[in-house]
Design a protein around this ligand. Structure first.
Ligand SMILES: Nc1ncnc2c1ncn2[C@@H]1O[C@H](COP(=O)(O)OP(=O)(O)O)[C@@H](O)[C@H]1O
Ligand SMILES: [Mg+2]
Length: 385
């Protein structure tokens, strides 16, 4: 075992391959799957479905969790549902897909290999001998489809017919793709596959917060990740609605806090984690800023680092800007001009602005630093101002 962490209770819960028991905000999709496959569970009827949506919307994890559950349910009633997931990016051709299935199921293949037909026959025999039903998840099936079209998918939907499987044994498909692939299937495949599709939309910020909180509880000791950090992670990842990016940021922020021997994960660690992921930012970009734009940015960075918060109100930022100007012997510009600087910094992507409702000075914005740890900006700007 490695050195004991004071931050992580169980880092493996942040692995991409980890499948949580509950999937917040994917209850509806799971329920649809359950309904769709109810005849499979009771009688071994083959059903097929397409899951589609953007990256990080939980397609893979939902398919896996569903298969775990249905196969446990089958076992309870003395039946067997096996499942296998093959990623078609790694296994493009029908033969490599089937080899991967055999490997998952621990079926031995002769050294010389099998033709596709022989593979399918062997798979049928295997399932028949066990009276087992197989749910095959073809993940990222777009990759396969692009090169091979519908042919192989069609033959899988006909798996049962061509061998007269009559009992519980048989094969069902869960296809996972980026967009609605059914639109591109030929009529024969559609009529054999069916029309069932389940959409996975991008997660909203609020949904991501729930997902992150679950991982925080599973992976971290209590009180180690504060709410500001969770909100900031969700905010950053909600641009893409991507839970994968959110979990990656959470993990990296935790590692950075651990390396620095800091007692908890703060927004500053989250910013560092993001900068680590996207090393976009840089002196070259900062060089294009005018003197006062730099001073405004420096003021924001300094305040955020010192307070350890994720957000700062425009009023507060203006006050610190005045202090910074004094320090650098510059006379501060008026507030209106200051607001223009903020807009420009936002346009360049250095800061994020969110309307925060009424502030002390009328309508106010919340400012955050999306890309860069405040400390890094501060150091770079201090050299430049
Ligand atoms: N609703 C959710 N609850 C918990 N974790 C989730 C949820 N959705 C996605 N995740 C996690 O986010 C990461 C990306 O999900 P994944 O299923 O791989 O997305 P996709 O296959 O759509 O690209 C995985 O680590 C997964 O466990
Ligand atoms: Mg996936």
């Amino acid at each position: 075992m490695q050195g004991v962490s004071s931050i992580f209770k169980d880092e493996s819960k942040l692995d991409m391959s980890y499948v949580p028991r509950d999937l917040p905000n994917r209850e509806k999709q799971l329920k649809k799957l359950k309904n769709h496959f109810s005849g499979t569970l009771s009688q071994g009827i083959s059903r097929h479905v397409l899951l589609y949506g953007d990256i990080g919307t939980g397609k893979t994890v939902t398919a896996k969790r569903f298969c775990q559950m249905i196969s446990a349910d089958a076992k309870k009633s003395g039946k067997e549902i096996k499942w296998a997931r093959v990623n078609c990016m790694d296994h493009l051709s029908p033969n490599t897909i089937l080899s991967a299935v055999f490997e998952e199921l621990n079926i031995r293949i002769p050294e010389r290999g099998f033709s596709d037909e022989e593979m399918l026959d062997n798979l049928r025999r295997y399932l028949k001998s066990r009276s087992a039903h197989l749910i095959l998840i073809l993940d990222d099936v777009d990759a396969h489809f692009k090169k091979y079209g519908c042919r192989f998918i069609y033959s899988l939907t006909r798996f049962n017919e061509s061998f007269k499987l009559k009992g519980y044994e048989g094969l069902s498909l869960i296809l996972i793709s980026h967009d609605n692939l059914l639109e591109r299937f030929n009529p024969a495949t559609i009529s054999s596959f069916g029309h069932t599709k389940i959409e996975f939309s991008r997660y909203t910020c609020k949904e991501l917060i729930e997902i992150i909180k679950q991982r925080v509880n599973l992976a971290f000791y209590s009180g180690k990740v504060n709410d500001e950090s969770i909100k900031l992670i969700a905010d950053i990842a909600s641009v893409w609605g991507d839970a994968r990016f959110a979990i990656e940021l959470l993990w990296k922020a935790g590692k950075i806090a651990e390396e620095n021997e800091d007692p908890e994960v703060t927004p500053e660690h989250v910013r560092a984690a993001k900068a680590d992921t996207y090393s976009v930012i840089t002196e070259s970009k900062l060089k294009y800023l005018g003197k006062h734009e730099k001073l405004v940015l420096l003021a924001i960075a300094r305040k955020l680092r010192k307070t350890g918060k994720a957000y700062l109100r425009t009023g507060e930022a203006f006050d610190v800007y005045n202090v910074v100007c004094e320090e650098f012997g510059e006379s501060p510009r008026k507030e209106r001009q200051f607001l223009d600087y903020l807009k420009r910094l936002h346009g360049y992507g250095f800061i994020d602005l969110k309307i925060s409702g009424a502030g002390e000075r009328g309508r106010s914005h919340l400012i955050s630093l999306p890309d860069i740890p405040a400390r890094v900006i501060e150091e770079k700007l201090r050299e430049m101002c």
